[in-house]
Design a protein around this ligand. Sequence first.
Ligand code: GDP
Ligand code: GDP
Length: 433
Amino acid sequence: MGAIVAIVGRPNVGKSTFFNRLIQRREAIVDAVSGVTRDRHYGKSDWNGKEFSLIDTGGYVVGSDDVFEQEIDKQVELAIDEADAIIFMVDVESGVTGMDEDVSKLLRKVDKPVFLAVNKVDNAQREADAVEFYALGLGNYYTLSSINGSGTGDLLDALVKVLPDAEEEESELPRFAVVGRPNAGKSSFINALIGEERYIVTDIAGTTRDSIDTKYNRFGFEFNLVDTAGIRRKAKVKEDLEFYSVMRSVRAIEHADVCILLLDATRGFDGQVQNIFWLAQRNNKGIVILVNKWDLVEKETNSVRDYTAKIKEVIAPFDDVPILFISVLTKQRIFKAIETAVEVYKNRSKKVVTRKLNDIMLPIIEHTPPPAYKGKYVKIKFCTQLPTPYPQFAFFCNLPQYVRDPYKRFLENKLREHFDFSGVPITIFMRKK
Ligand code: GDP
Ligand code: GDP
């Protein structure tokens, strides 16, 4: 549940170049392994040991500059609502533009930290040119070159200093966030569970709630249900734009233990649903997929099987995730859905005793050891689950750097076979012993 940092600014100032530089180290590796193309405008970064999520808001706007001009106010407002800090990027090559002034006007009113980043300062002459950005009335600025990396360290030093610490958790109760695209049925789902129409929210001016939580008790298990549809209403944004649904989902997902991902069966597990799914997965959250509006689908013998297979194909290799077919309208399986979410929560907090873990894993490893690498043999001596809020395992061996990802996946699959981690991402580390 790190902090959220939004990068705003007009097109071509270098936002995505900067964004890629920051997230590259981590995400490039993940993507190369899984071969999955992911949402390139949201990623995790860290600096001086502090982790944060980075959102390149400009990345969500497709179309011409004109379109952007109309959208920018809404974008900046949403960034202000949802982010902990804002990086406002401008371009020294073009100097101050009208659009920069418009954005500044919005940002001057904000009481969140705003960092003015003057980009494309590739040399000393441009350093001098940057002074004109004082005119934006945002105070001091940071000069940087996203292309060669100079200056980015100073900006990041200042940025992480103001970010809230990761570990301050507001609620002791488990948090289940109901996420998905607009119209998937999220509010209806929550209404059906709660049994009253309290989710027809009116816009209350000036409310700053992040999301709408309801304490809920079922099967003797108490948790907070987090409604992300409520966030949309708060932001008064009606458009069905990817940017908005991602922005809305990020915070809710980061603060959740389990994400209940609803989709409209008639629309399918499309790109936007996938983005939300990967957002949850990358944050190591528990996940339950609910295919809603199943009442609208004309069913044949294999409908459920085929639909499930299609989703699993898309989410592979992380396909050990419960998929339920529900109808909020007819209340079909909605309580089963909650029961499953509770199971996933328990899987995520499960701690496997070291002794039992080794009793099961070591014979498997002995039978199928890691392949020799450059003529060297890797010997895994023992393993343990780390005391983290979600499942992470360390395998101790002589040559950790020689264990490749396919073998780690093999280990993960064996862990999943023997211990129920359904719906929960697992991380595996090889450590030197
Ligand atoms: P965005 O639209 O704000 O995301 O901008 P991009 O990251 O796509 O960059 C727009 C253009 O500016 C690209 O051609 C980049 O190569 C270039 N650019 C980005 N950062 C720098 C920089 O630090 N110096 C220079 N000279 N060019 C840059
Ligand atoms: P949200 O934007 O995700 O909160 O979606 P809503 O809860 O507002 O629902 C969007 C629309 O889908 C509403 O008209 C609901 O009545 C309808 N809806 C929700 N669940 C179902 C369902 O299971 N079956 C059918 N047929 N319609 C549903």
